[in-house]
Design a protein around this ligand. Structure first.
Ligand code: HEM
Length: 546
């Protein structure tokens, strides 16, 4: 039944339920009338009569249910499909989406314009919407109608891949949104200190060109800076802790994708063969335990405040966990939580920076304007969060790079928990997913002039023209700029991420010259399903600025 449940087609579930219902009703009736009671002489005739009565009653009931199902499928079929929609054949569409999601989405957009359409995946249908009206309705739908969390659990098989006790417990998102963001001004010098130290270790500035694999180097640097904010010194420079944080992130993604190829009943058997999170969590717990225990002792002894109290994510999470279930306060639960936050933070930020670095190395003429901006601001105001906010070109460069690339063709993905109808009549049945197609938004002429061109000062020019301070900043989420999502579930870590990325780009601009290993050949992203990754082995050359 569950295997059939993977078919992205309407109808079987209700039929399955009906079949069981009829069967169960017949069985209960039989048992009551024949086996459970003594039978008078005319009992079997009466039982026959009862059986016919029940059957006669069931025929109209079945017809009504069939009619309702047929009407429902009409609503369901009204949304056009890219690829075949018939049962089994839809797997062909799902395979195509897995190999070439971008062209499937582009075909949908070219054929249906801004109207919603659906694409098959191996588990369910994905309804793709793109107008501001649809996006707004998606954003406003309550969590018990459409769930962001349940979609993420489905998509990455979190119940297996995270190694977490309760994958629906997301109190860390609130800590990130509020406490981390509130502390950014205080932490900005620590962040900059780690930026300088991490770059110096991974890419020493020399007078000769040094060639480095961009993606893996940026991942190491991002891991260090983020970990400085998550657990502080000295652990953020411990190679083993950094290595396992990066591996955990990769493991969650690959395990999630591999398990997605199997039906639910096989996942418990396949999971141990592909998943190594338990070992990674063991090591993280071992490395974090001394810190956790020392902090726990201080919290018990001094309460909320003591001299040299750490101001980092681990501390905020420990304090928030006191208000959560006791299970969240164990060393292991805290270690998993730190790894899960790393999962959200490391992969996304390192990809975002790698794309920007590829654009910079492919267009080295942009380094000078960036350098001039950073140096002017630093000489006038010194290093601070406020100084970073003034760096409009740095912000615009990163924002434009993220507009053209991103890490998923489908964002704001939600699982439909109750049948949902958009105001234009588009019907999405319970169990399917809805998402926004980012290329359709980010490459729209209506929103962006020459949308497929990389224009690094696009957003800083907009800020200069309109004089609107906040509207065109990278951190701002709007229906025409979706890399951080939109609404209640928009990325809570984006304020930190943008600070981190801007600090990195500012540092690169004033410290290095950069160039591509193969000039003029922008490394192409790698795509699997709807996931996009920057080219994983392309190299960028660095030297001390001349
Ligand atoms: C450039 C870097 C980043 C990008 C592009 C990014 C993007 C996103 C996106 C697209 C979402 C889902 C929103 C949606 O689809 O509606 C998301 C969610 C999330 N992000 Fe980020 N993110 C980044 C960095 C970070 C960092 C640094 C953290 C943590 C410090 C973080 C923590 C989270 C969390 C916890 C969620 C889940 C929110 C929820 O459950 O409501 N992200 N992020």
């Amino acid at each position: 039944m569950r295997l059939l449940g993977m078919l992205p087609s309407a109808g079987y579930t209700l039929m399955g339920k009906n079949t069981r219902l009829v069967f169960e009703a017949g069985w209960v009736r039989e048992r009551d009338s024949i086996f459970s009671r003594p039978s008078p002489p005319f009992a079997s005739a009466l039982t026959m009569l009862d059986t016919f009565t029940v059957l006669y009653a069931l025929v109209p009931l079945g017809s009504v249910l069939y009619l309702l199902q047929w009407l429902r499928s009409l609503k369901y079929k009204a949304t056009p499909t890219i690829g075949p929609s018939a049962p089994l054949l839809s797997y062909w569409g799902a395979a195509r989406f897995l190999y070439d999601a971008k062209s499937v989405l582009e075909e949908g957009y070219a054929t249906h314009g801004t109207k919603p359409f659906k694409v098959a995946t191996f588990r369910e249908w994905h309804y793709v919407v793109s107008t501001p009206q649809h996006i707004d309705e998606l954003r406003r739908a309550p969590d018990d109608v459409m769930s962001f969390t349940e979609a993420a659990i489905d998509e990455f098989n979190f119940e297996y891949s995270l190694g977490m006790r309760d994958v629906r417990s997301d109190f860390h998102a609130g800590v990130i949104r509020t406490t981390l963001t509130r502390n950014l001004a205080t932490l900005s010098t620590d962040i900059y200190d780690e930026v300088k130290s991490a770059f110096a270790d991974v890419i020493p500035a020399t007078n000769d060109w040094t060639m480095v694999p961009a993606y893996s180097s940026m991942t190491q640097i991002v891991a260090r800076i983020s970990t400085r904010v998550f657990v502080g010194l000295p652990l953020c420079r411990n190679p083993e802790f950094l290595d396992l944080s990066i591996k955990y992130t990769m493991n969650v993604v690959t395990t999630g994708l591999i398990l997605g190829l199997f039906p639910d009943f096989l996942k418990p058997f396949v999971n141990p063969m592909v998943n190594t999170v338990t070992k990674l969590i063991d090591r993280a717990e071992h490395l974090l335990a001394p810190q956790i225990e020392e902090r726990r002792k201080c919290m018990e002894e001094f309460g909320d405040d003591w001299a040299h109290k750490p101001n980092d994510m681990l501390q905020w999470i420990m304090e928030a966990a006191v208000n959560e279930l006791p299970e969240e306060q164990t060393n292991r639960a805290l270690a998993v939580r730190i790894l899960v936050i790393g999962f959200a933070a490391l992969h996304s930020s390192s990809m975002s920076f790698t794309y920007a670095l590829y654009y910079l190395a492919a267009n080295p003429q942009y380094i000078l304007p960036l350098r001039q901006e950073v140096e002017t601001i630093l000489s006038d105001h010194g290093w601070s969060k406020a100084s970073l906010q003034k760096m409009r070109r740095v912000d615009s460069f990163l924002k434009e790079s993220q507009r053209l690339t991103g890490f998923n063709f489908c964002l704001m993905t939600h699982k439909v928990l109750q049948d949902f109808t958009f105001s234009d009549g588009t019907f999405v049945p319970k169990g399917d997913h809805i998402c926004t197609g980012t290329p359709m938004t980010h490459h729209k002429e209506e929103y962006y002039a020459h949308p497929r061109e990389f224009d690094p000062w696009r957003f800083s020019d907009m800020r200069d023209e309109t004089g609107e301070g906040v509207k065109h900043q990278m951190v701002n989420t709007t229906a025409d700029y979706l890399p951080f999502g939109l609404g209640r579930h928009a990325c809570p870590g984006r304020f930190f991420a943008v600070n981190e990325l801007k600090s990195m780009l500012a540092h690169v601009a004033v410290t290095y010259d950069v160039a591509l290993e193969k000039p003029g050949q922008m490394p192409a992203p790698e795509i699997f399903g709807s996931l996009i990754t920057p080219h994983r082995t392309a190299k960028v050359m660095f030297r001390r600025r001349q």
